[in-house]
Write a protein that binds this ligand. Structure first.
Ligand SMILES: [Zn+2]
Length: 310
């Protein structure tokens, strides 16, 4: 796709989200931070802002009455919803590790707040040593570049699933994307290009540092990964976009959000995760769960539910 198409596509997308913003009223804080500890890992989430999305897109395949009830339970009663963005920072004895990089200045005006949120907590971008990218959607990878088209986190090494990288570089990538999201591919490739020399490819179960592993949770995108932190008997999983809505992803894991690129695989991944996480009682962090996005999965009746911790 040409640069001109890219610009037009993005302009339409931004105009769409701006119109959605005007139609919603629930305020969300621009900044949120919260702490949990797993052994010697200190974990904090920072808000990158939010994206405005059509509410029905969380489950276009669901029965409309059931969907409306589930959305209402999640606090969404209008036609649009604000999808918050929680970026995880892990402090280890030797590293500052980010999971995903936020949206940066060029995606939508309501997002791209990560740098200022980190600044409020006195975290210097040059202190970030590693960034694990769960996938290459704009709200996760576009933030690798700042306002000046320079690397936001110049000292970081980037951990990228090889499968995800390959998907976005496939010459036929557009065929596997919704038409209004073709510009995602152009954006992903330009960000990968910017960090090219700093990428380390990973696959399922690879260790990033001792106690922190990559986990394959494909489906939201072809190469989507999560991050598992372990210390003794404690576990925390940074889920990326494997579970996104506090009601629908947990109570209706079989419904298919329009943002999932491989819907059947995403359903399978959600069901596997819910089964594992409810049994292990691991803590979870969801990129789009209500800020600060930290909680657990509990069994409830024949299904599951999300319980926020902080
Ligand atoms: Zn996302």
């Amino acid at each position: 796709m040409s640069v001109k198409n890219f610009t037009l596509n993005r302009r339409e997308f931004v105009a769409g989200t701006a119109a959605l913003a005007a139609a919603t009223s629930l305020p969300l804080p621009a900044f949120a931070a919260s702490n949990v500890k797993i052994g010697e890992f200190e974990i904090t989430t920072f808000s990158d802002g939010h994206i405005n999305l059509p509410a029905n897109g969380t489950a276009p395949d669901a029965n409309p009455t059931e969907r409306a009830a589930a959305l209402a339970k999640a606090g969404i009663t209008s036609e649009t919803r604000k999808s918050p963005i929680n970026v995880t920072l892990i402090k280890t004895p030797n590293d500052f590790i980010l999971v995903d990089a936020g949206s940066g200045p060029n995606f939508v005006p309501t997002a791209g707040k990560l740098e200022s949120a980190l600044g409020e907590a006195d975290v210097d971008p040059t202190a970030i040593t590693k960034i694990i990218l769960t996938h290459a959607h704009p709200d996760h990878i576009w933030g690798v570049i700042n306002d000046f088209d320079e690397l936001t986190f110049p000292e970081a090494t980037y951990y990228v699933a090889e499968k995800e990288f390959a998907f976005w570089h496939d010459p036929d990538v557009a065929k596997n994307l919704r038409e209004d999201r073709e510009f995602f591919a152009v954006g992903a490739k330009s960000r990968f290009k910017a960090i090219e020399e700093k990428i380390k490819f990973v696959k399922g179960d690879d260790e990033v540092v001792s106690g922190i592993n990559v986990m394959e949770t494909n489906g939201h995108t072809q190469g989507h990964v999560s991050v598992e932190l372990k210390s003794g008997s404690e576990t925390l999983i940074v889920l990326g976009d494997a579970l996104t809505n506090p009601v629908i992803s947990f109570e209706h894991p079989g419904w298919k959000p329009e943002s999932d690129q491989v819907p059947d695989m995403a359903v399978e991944t959600r069901k596997r995760l819910l089964d594992q996480l409810s049994a292990s009682k691991a803590k979870i962090i969801g990129y789009h769960l209500p800020p600060p996005g930290i909680g657990t999965v509990v069994k409830k009746g024949s299904g599951y539910a999300y319980e926020a911790i902080a």
